[in-house]
Design a protein around this ligand. Sequence first.
Ligand code: 1DF
Ligand code: MN
Length: 350
Amino acid sequence: MADEIPPNPDYKRIATEEAWGPPEMFQAYERLLDEGIDDPGFQSLWGFYWKHPSERASLIRERLQDLGERRLHDMKVSGVDHAVLGLTAPGVQIFQKDEAVELARLSNDVLAEACKAHPDKYTGMAAVAPQDPKAAADELERAVKTLGMKACVINSHTHDEYLSDQKFWPILEACETLDVPLYLHPQGPSRGLIAPLVKAGLDGAVFGFGVETGFHALSMITSGVFDRFPKLQLILGHMGEALPFWLYRLDYMHAAGIRSKRYPHMPELKKKVSDYMRENVIVTSSGMPAEAPIRYSQEVLGEDRVMYAMDYPYQYLPEEVTMQDNMSIGAAAKKKFFQTNAERVFKIRV
Ligand code: 1DF
Ligand code: MN
């Protein structure tokens, strides 16, 4: 095995998009697959990871379900000091309402136990069932106030519906009131987006996740979510699902569309799209350990809005930690990237 990556004397490494899941949820995934569930994104993703004999699929099945020695060992090997954990995609969002609500509670209880057993190693993000927005808001409150969770994670669309839809806004209101960020994590593209992507083999993390989740985040901005909830902080993985690269065009074309009233239902916003990106969005380097997009995002969003993430176990490559250690950015910016931005965003001290 490769040498262990030693601790860095200048900063702790806090990985902010680390995935896990309880056996109970995966058993329920298996049942959905065996029933032949009509959901192309889920079939593509979990038909592979749960059923496939390849080394990648079996390692991921095992690693996801471990919140103990194996995960802690892998963190040590890769020099990750602390992991912010979220229920893997699509979490409970694939189930019907009652099962989703129940499994969200179970997941949060299990994750809270692990965080309590290893407070120096783990921080938890709460899973919720958007299928029942009121129950989701209540569960988030329970998870934050009694289980000590520090964020809410939602794995993009829920049965093809997006958080731009006001029926979900009680969840966003709860995030704002409880003062916890919302990690909008990818899952497979919704029914209306996915067909050509699956056909090309590009619906997954390779590209389709970003299409789905970048669109989702943008539609939250353009539907006025952040005018209604100005303090809400949205975390996006994968270098902001490419949105930072688009800022100029988004500002120009969004304003042009509004000016000409092309879509009568589209609201005028108080600010430019890029203003919300700079005031309400934080991005992480999950899956994107490359220096150029990290530096670019720091430049356009600010050094306080770019955080490190590994995306264990989907992209468990210790050498990617070294790549990011070695970036030619200043010591202060690097400490923000690896440590202090995450400490501020999740209100933790590592
Ligand atoms: C994959 C990637 C799967 C990510 C994930 O959850 C995930 C993958 C199911 O490689 O299929 O979280 N990711 O965030 O890049
Ligand atoms: Mn991920």
